[in-house]
Design a protein around this ligand. Structure first.
Ligand code: CP
Ligand code: NVA
Length: 320
């Protein structure tokens, strides 16, 4: 795609900076984003709301937020992040767009690129995300697909490092469904250089291609069916819902995944300083016991707050 001269006289770069998966980006780029997220968080400590950051770097820019599925954190944090960076947002749901009536994702991308400066999309269909990005002249951000959830991991690594220092060389244990969030944890393990031990039932492990990718990257990613083996001595224990958006086999999943619940007995096997993370929404009594979720080792509210700071780093990188 050729560079484009905008009516404002600005030149739109020929290759938009998409944020589709952590595996697309190199470690220094991701590290710089985390540094930027922390810097912005510190700079506005104690200030909430939509008051802009002092430099308002995205003044005059517009982000379209497309939600084909529900969201609390992703929606609110991107909206607030954009406003605090001086920009504006436009929130659209799948059935409000002509997409719902058969307009192609490619045509939608071409048209939106003429109106807005960046697009964040939440859709279960990962191929639709890729098609949007392939046809957009503006950056596209993956706000969760069935396959991955990269924005979540930026907040998660930020939270780990705030609590426990550099994540490189440390150990994170995942107990539960090998879902979209687990997939992005695998990408993160490779890029941030930590050991990831996943405990998943045989029916709900991560996609084999992901494990092959991790091997190719020489990442320290280990898969077991035993949550106790995964969690023993870990610095951080993570889980996520046992029934993700789009999953239809709820009862079978809950039965198979019940032994992977993160409860007090499992947390007791982790390192004494270990923290608990969960991207939320949480289901107490399913993937996590109430005592762990609301206990002293839980860092989930910082993790949710950090979505806001991480989104700012993603947005400024995409729109630099
Ligand atoms: N963790 C997360 O992405 O939450 P939402 O589904 O509420 O956006
Ligand atoms: N795995 C969950 C994450 C929600 C943020 C889902 O896809 O529903």
């Amino acid at each position: 795609m050729a560079a484009q001269i905008l009516s404002t006289g600005a030149v739109r770069p020929s290759a938009p900076r998409h944020f589709l998966d952590l595996s697309d980006l190199d470690a220094p780029t991701l590290r710089a984003m985390l540094t930027e997220a922390s810097r912005r968080k510190a700079a506005r400590a104690g200030r909430g709301g939509a008051a802009p950051d002092a430099d308002a770097p995205l003044s005059g820019r517009v982000l379209a937020l497309i939600f084909d599925r529900p969201s609390t954190r992703t929606r609110v944090s991107f909206d607030l992040a954009m406003r605090q960076l001086g920009g504006e947002t436009l929130t659209l749901t799948g059935d409000e767009l002509q997409l719902g009536r058969g307009e192609t994702i490619g045509d939608t991308a071409r048209v939106l690129s003429r109106y807005v400066d960046a697009i964040m999309i939440r859709t279960l269909d990962h191929d639709a995300l890729l098609e949007l990005a392939a046809n957009a002249d503006v950056p596209v951000i993956n706000g969760l697909t069935r396959r991955t959830h990269p924005c979540q991991l930026m907040a998660d690594v930020l939270t780990f490092e705030e609590r426990l220092g550099p994540i490189a060389g440390r150990t994170v244990a995942w107990s539960g469904d090998g879902n979209n969030v687990a997939a992005s944890w695998i990408h993160a393990a490779a890029r941030f250089g930590f050991t990831l031990r996943l405990a998943c039932p045989p029916e709900h492990g991560p996609r084999p291609e992901l494990l092959a990718w991790a091997r190719g990257e020489a990442a320290r990613v280990e898969l077991t069916h035993d949550p106790r083996a995964a969690v023993r001595g870990a610095d951080c224990v993570v889980t996520d819902t046992f029934v993700s958006m789009g999953d239809e086999d709820r009862d079978a999943r809950l039965a198979r995944l019940a032994p992977y619940q993160v409860d007090e007995a499992l947390m007791a096997l982790a390192a004494p300083h270990a923290i608990f993370l969960h991207c939320l929404p949480a289901h107490r009594g399913e993937e996590v016991s109430p005592g762990v979720m609301d206990g002293a080792r839980s860092a989930v509210w910082d993790e949710a707050e950090n979505r806001l700071h991480a989104q700012k780093a993603i947005l400024t990188w995409c729109l630099r």
